[in-house]
Ligand binder design. Sequence first.
Ligand code: FAD
Length: 291
Amino acid sequence: EFREKAPVGAEELSVSFEFFPPREGLSAEPLMNAAQLLSQSHPAFLSVTYGAGGSTRERTIEIAKELVHKTNSPIAGHLTCVGASREEVDAVARTYWENGVRHIVALRGDAPEGSGGFVPHPEGYRNAADLVRGLKNIAPFEISVAAYPEVHPEAVSAEADLDNLKAKVDAGATRAITQFFFEPETFLRFRDRVAAHGINVDLVPGILPVGNIAQAMKFAKACGTKVPAWLQDLFEGLDDHPRARSLVTTTVASAMCKMLKKSDVKSFHFYTLNRSEASFALCRLLGCRFY
Ligand code: FAD
């Protein structure tokens, strides 16, 4: 299957890569090195997350600015509206625009743990759809939003979650990046439901090359993603074998990406966890060339 002519760069396949700002005091060098390597695949964009409750505001902006200067890729800044007034959120958006960040991944964000759930800031945006509308009034940003193949844990129903995705697209988002998942059917069934709901958006699977099953289970629990028993079995007994673990990681994620590609998925968003190796290998296996 590797003999088929490989598409070059992002011409036939569109890839994007997500990074998170390292904690205060830790070097951003590993992130920058990873971003520079991955940017040679001519990605649609590289994105930087916004810490829980807006906690990394300054750091996110700083990293986004550095990526604008140190890579040739379009940079997307994540932005959440939890715990902030419209004025504060709008100021971040303006800073992004002034520094060459023309794409925002617009999110609601989560309430702090144990606080009893999300409540909009009294002078803030009410949810992600409201945020998208606000951002469109600031500048002609490209806007991506989040989507949930296994339904957002706070959604009243799967149907209501789709209504919410539609509201975000109607407000101006052109791309929906999914929460990570571990079975290709989960994404493909969701894609059908999104289409049947009349939502016309570029739906991009979020791929988490799971390197550490304990960490993946922790992330998954927080966002309602199911970790299938077969995946847990595959990693059982590998705790002390990091190299074998990374081979298993890439093999599993590659099989899933290939099944998606065979089902006509043409865009992939990689949650890199600030490391290039797994995403680099996966892109190569998908036929993406780096130059
Ligand atoms: P929304 O789209 O506003 O929806 C949240 C929930 O509320 C849904 O269940 C929706 O159906 C419901 N809802 C919304 N509006 C209404 C309404 N009017 N009436 C009834 N129900 C409603 N978090 C961060 O803190 N920083 C990040 O950088 C970040 N990046 C992310 C990137 C991706 C690709 C993804 C998938 C998630 C990311 N998150 C991030 C997590 C995200 O903030 C959480 O999942 C959050 O709980 C929901 O955000 P949202 O934008 O999907 O919210």
